[in-house]
Design a protein around this ligand. Structure first.
Ligand code: PXP
Length: 236
């Protein structure tokens, strides 16, 4: 499996003092040196961590792929079209959340989401939809015109009882199968860490994992290059 490293939390640390350090772009360069396959950054509507200048600099600097996580708001779509990431991952966004909660409801927002997909794809930006592991959301993603889905692994990551863990893993495996059958590229992410990632790597067909918080948290102790290398070894 490939690994995309989400560097939002490097910017979160910078924003704690509203200064210039640590620089998420410098972190991205080290993640690439460690061998990651893509860099993920979420340009939130409130710019609480990653800002417009970060994404502009990421676009100019990184050598792998830039995967921009984003909502479907008009301002953000316009910003993405200017930045031209390799991929846009559409996520639901809510001002009060501490992190992305739940997947996109593609079924209920088909027109808005398919319009955003058309606009981004017409600029050669690949589009991924971040969805819960539910068959109707996978099918709706295909219908909306996305080429990629990212299955939200948050419920799996939060499950504590063996039975719940199995139930969530099985939902992810079924959703991945349906996605692959529909010809979609299937990725996964959210809440994955050095322990729980093994359950996900046992599912065949998932192409890329997008992981942020656990890698950046571990890098405080191990350094970001080692933290990425250790996660890469598990993903591969
Ligand atoms: N994938 C998506 C679509 C996300 O929104 C996030 C969180 O920004 C992640 C992956 C990474 O989640 P985590 O930081 O929990 O690893």
């Amino acid at each position: 499996m490939m690994l995309g490293v989400n560097i939002d939390h490097v910017a979160t640390l910078r924003q704690a003092r509203r200064g210039s350090m640590p620089d998420p772009v410098a972190a991205a360069v080290i993640c690439e040196k460690a061998g990651c396959d893509s860099i993920v950054a979420h340009l939130r509507e409130d710019r609480r961590h990653i800002n417009d200048d970060d994404v502009r600099r990421l676009r100019k600097t990184i050598k792998t792929r830039l995967n921009l996580e984003m909502s479907t708001s008009e301002d953000i779509i316009k910003a993405a079209i200017k930045i031209r990431p390799d991929q846009a991952t559409l996520v639901p966004e809510n001002r009060d959340e501490v992190t992305t909660e739940g997947g996109l409801d593609v079924l209920s927002n088909m027109d808005r989401i398919s319009d955003a997909i058309d606009r981004l794809q017409s600029k050669d930006i690949k589009v991924s939809l971040f969805i819960d592991p539910e068959s109707d959301q996978v099918e709706a993603s295909k219908k909306a015109g996305a080429g990629i889905i990212e299955i939200h692994t948050g419920k799996y990551a939060n499950a504590r009882e063996a039975e719940d863990i199995e139930k969530e893993l099985s939902a992810i495996a079924i959703a991945a199968d349906i996605g692959l059958g529909a010809g979609l590229v299937v990725n996964a992410g959210h809440g994955l860490d050095y322990k729980n990632v093994k359950g996900i790597t046992s599912i065949k067909g998932i192409e890329e994992l997008n992981i942020g918080h656990s890698i950046i948290a571990y890098s405080v102790f191990a350094g970001i290059e080692n933290a990425v290398k250790e996660m890469l070894a598990l993903a591969r």
